[in-house]
Ligand binder design. Structure first.
Ligand SMILES: NC(=O)c1ccc[n+]([C@@H]2O[C@H](COP(=O)([O-])OP(=O)(O)OC[C@H]3O[C@@H](n4cnc5c(N)ncnc54)[C@H](O)[C@@H]3O)[C@@H](O)[C@H]2O)c1
Length: 327
């Protein structure tokens, strides 16, 4: 494989840090750009001293020029806790940040992959979700800053492709989990694991019958890299695990796997929370010969181990957090 100079925006975040590692392992030069809003140095600690890795603290809402061959544009807060904290800023990051990534891509003729999301489908009327489904998003709800922001990012990307021949790839990423999820950002898997390990009540929103499809981060990263390098057009592509699981089942699995005595408590469902989510990945199978390989049980084991290590303080780097100590 040819050695490339690759920019990863949001590279110090959960998915971005795994992507940076994989690209370094493949022999590429990686510039990880991040403003550390939800990411942190701990995630890239092992890479910081690597000769082919460079960390650049920068906000994608500011323009930038870098000579690179490929750009993975992941910079954006991904969980409701963070993206709803400053909704205007979230929209700005989705729109202005993506415009900057597109302008850079156009300027230096770099192929650009823009991380979109299954949230563009909203509370879907079609199940499982195919790429041709246009979605059912509430444009004025509390999640709109993210959902509509990402929809606009998609519209920008295909417009740049049509108007300026910029080479774009638009993966619609479904729920992803694994080591380095932020324990404080309220995502289902990390929330349940942290609560279970502390023997605190596991909080389940709604009656637990709503479903999600969880993809282990290694599988997702493999899909992103294959998609970036595929010979295809600008049409979006679903990347996720089609195994659908109820939230209640996940809570029970995690409680059993951690040997926890946590009770499960029920709270009201947040506004616009989708009731079902499951990707149709036929296009990814055909185009990329890709499908998830890591079983939910296996992926949860590895994620639980990570959070156990963090609890013991062994996973911390200077300036990083050890979440047990924080309570
Ligand atoms: N994790 C998932 O399940 C999931 C699902 C669908 C889509 N995605 C998308 O994948 C991408 C990565 O998600 P993640 O789960 O790794 O989230 P994350 O919050 O861990 O990572 C996002 C990274 O972007 C950085 N960032 C945020 N705003 C920035 C800005 N203005 N300038 C520079 N850096 C900025 C953060 O500091 C962080 O390191 C996001 O674009 C997200 O929308 C994730």
């Amino acid at each position: 494989m040819k050695t490339l100079r690759i920019l990863v925006t949001g590279g110090a975040g959960f998915i971005g840090s795994h992507l940076c590692e994989r690209l370094i392992d493949q022999g590429h030069w990686v510039i990880c750009l991040d403003n550390l809003f939800t990411g942190n140095r701990r995630n890239i600690a092992r890479l910081l001293s690597h000769a082919r890795f460079e960390f650049l603290r920068h906000d994608v809402n500011e323009a930038l020029i870098l000579e690179v061959d490929q750009i993975y544009h992941l910079a954006c807060p991904a969980s409701p806790v963070h993206y709803q904290r400053n909704p205007v800023r979230t929209i700005r990051t989705c729109v202005q940040g993506t415009l900057h990534a597109l302008d850079l891509s156009r300027e230096v003729a770099a192929r650009l992959l823009i991380a979109s999301t299954s949230e563009v489908y909203g509370d879907p009327a079609v199940h499982p979700q195919t790429e041709s489904y246009w979605g059912a998003v509430n444009p004025i709800g509390t999640r709109a800053c993210y959902d509509e922001g990402k929809r606009c990012a998609e519209a920008l990307a295909v417009s740049y492709a049509r108007q300026y021949d910029v080479e774009v790839r638009i993966p619609r990423i479904f729920n992803t989990y694994g080591p380095r999820m932020d324990e404080m950002d309220g995502r289902v898997v990390s929330n349940f694991i942290v609560q279970a390990l502390r023997n605190e009540a596991i909080t389940l929103y709604g009656d637990g019958s709503q479903t999600r499809s969880f993809c282990f981060v290694d599988d997702l990263v493999e899909g992103l890299i294959r998609f970036m390098n595929a010979d295809c057009g600008a049409e979006p592509l679903n990347l996720g695990n089609p195994r659908e699981t109820t939230i209640a089942h996940i809570a029970t699995m995690i409680r059993e796997m951690t040997g926890s005595s946590s009770p499960i408590v029920y709270k009201p469902l947040p506004e616009d929370d989708p009731t079902r989510r499951c990707p149709d990945i036929r296009r990814a199978r055909e185009l990329l010969d890709w499908s998830p390989k890591v079983a939910l049980e296996q992926g949860l084991e590895r994620t639980i181990s990570y959070f156990r290590e963090m609890a013991g303080g062994r996973g911390a780097e200077p300036g990083g957090r050890t979440w047990m100590a924080a309570t």
